[in-house]
Design a protein around this ligand. Structure first.
Ligand code: TXA
Ligand code: MG
Length: 364
């Protein structure tokens, strides 16, 4: 066997640009035909761009893992266009799933359910469960409907890189490795779907996302957030993709946690120190942030939205990380926005993973 990196034959990656709301039917038909034929198509969902393949075609699934250099033990989400498709993918649709689907599908919620034998082991990494979602993005919906097959789609990035929120991010990582990118412009949510496990006695959020704990509790009051993420349970990891190092820019990212003004003062001091050492610093900040004592010219400062607008912060986060990487910074400093519940929980989760343990807790 060849090495993992070179195991994919170079392919010419075609890019088709479509309107996000009213995609050209010819482009949709082309994407659907490639998927049905076992090829790889990246397309926008409301969360991030997905890298789709025929979920019941083992060879196609194998190509996803090769293109992304993704470890085989990390299972994929199966995307479908309507709830009827669940019958063939699961052995049992829990009543809780039907209630949640009625409220949150199509949308950024993935539900983990008991899997049927028709789902290949390669999709579920051998688990006895399968993760399923109906995406809300008109382009994703049109492609999956036209293909009329279940579509397995991880985020369309190289393993451990930030998820793509624009077609250009997909090109950066996967050009020459996949057949088609359907460019429907920037995604709106910006962080990956909420992953909710419905197979245990208590419904548990394995990955926080735009469908928040508070929203889920309006339907299922007992839902809880799994704080352990990457911890193992009997028979393997609970959600194997939730590894500590994930969503990472190339530059080392340090996350500062604590109240706003103390955090930005500490970031400014640390940035000044890095600059004195002759390195380049990128900062991911809110519109309101002020970094005392560092000259603005010395910083690659990217503001991603108001600290009171979690939707904007989430939508712009991954693009900021990729933009800072592209500008060649040596280190990235980011702060937490965790002073309210809701989407900030997901933002914080992704920043912690990107920081891979480099976390500075600042006292008030
Ligand atoms: O928003 C999203 O979810 C995007 C778009 C493309 O839909 N997809 C995405 O896929 O983020 P991926 O592969 O990057 O992340 C899937 C997550 C991983 O953390 C994986 O471990 C978890 O879902 N997962 C998949 N199947 C699972 C299962 N059977 N049990 C537990 N976790 C599972
Ligand atoms: Mg991913």
């Amino acid at each position: 066997m060849c090495s993992r990196v070179h195991a994919t034959m170079p392919t010419v990656t075609e890019v088709l640009t479509v309107d996000a709301l009213l995609p050209d039917p010819a482009a949709i038909a082309r994407a659907a035909a490639i998927l049905r034929g076992g090829g790889l198509v990246a397309f926008p969902t409301e969360t991030v761009y997905g890298l789709g393949a025929h979920a019941l075609d083992r060879a196609a699934i194998h190509r996803i893992f090769l293109a992304k250099e993704r470890p085989a033990e990390d299972p994929l989400i199966v995307h479908v266009h309507d709830i009827g498709a669940l019958r063939s993918l699961t052995t049992d649709v829990p009543a809780t799933a039907s209630a949640l689907a009625a409220r949150f599908w199509p949308g950024p919620l993935t539900m983990v359910m008991p899997r049927s034998a028709s789902v290949p082991d390669e999709v579920t990494a051998g688990l006895d469960t399968v993760a399923i979602r109906i995406p809300a993005h008109p382009v994703a919906h049109a492609i999956i409907t036209a293909a009329s097959i279940p579509v397995a789609a991880p985020s369309a990035n190289l393993f451990s890189r930030p998820s793509p929120t624009r077609a250009e991010h997909v090109l950066q990582d996967l050009d020459g490795r996949i057949d088609l990118i359907v460019d429907g412009g920037p995604t709106t949510v910006g962080v990956e779907s909420t992953v909710l496990d419905l197979t245990g006695s208590i419904p548990t959020i394995l990955r926080p996302g735009a469908v928040t704990l508070e929203m889920l509790r309006t339907v299922l009051p007992q839902v809880r957030l799994d704080q352990r993420g990457a911890q193992e349970r009997e028979g393997g990891m609970r959600s194997p993709g939730l590894l500590a190092k994930h969503y990472s820019p190339r530059a080392a990212l340090t996350l500062y946690e604590g109240p706003g003004p103390s955090v930005t003062a500490r970031m400014a001091a640390d940035a000044a120190e890095v600059i004195r050492r002759g390195q380049r610093v990128g900062i991911v900040a809110a519109d309101e942030d002020f970094f005392p004592g560092v000259s603005a010219e010395a910083l690659h400062l990217l503001r991603i939205g108001s600290e009171r607008n979690a939707e904007a912060l989430a939508a712009n986060l991954y693009n900021a990380l990729r933009t800072l990487d592209a500008s060649g910074v040596d280190v990235i400093l980011a702060r937490t926005f965790l002073d309210q519940p809701g989407l900030t929980v997901a933002i914080h989760d992704r920043l912690r993973r990107a920081a891979a343990g480099r976390i500075v807790r600042v006292q008030p």
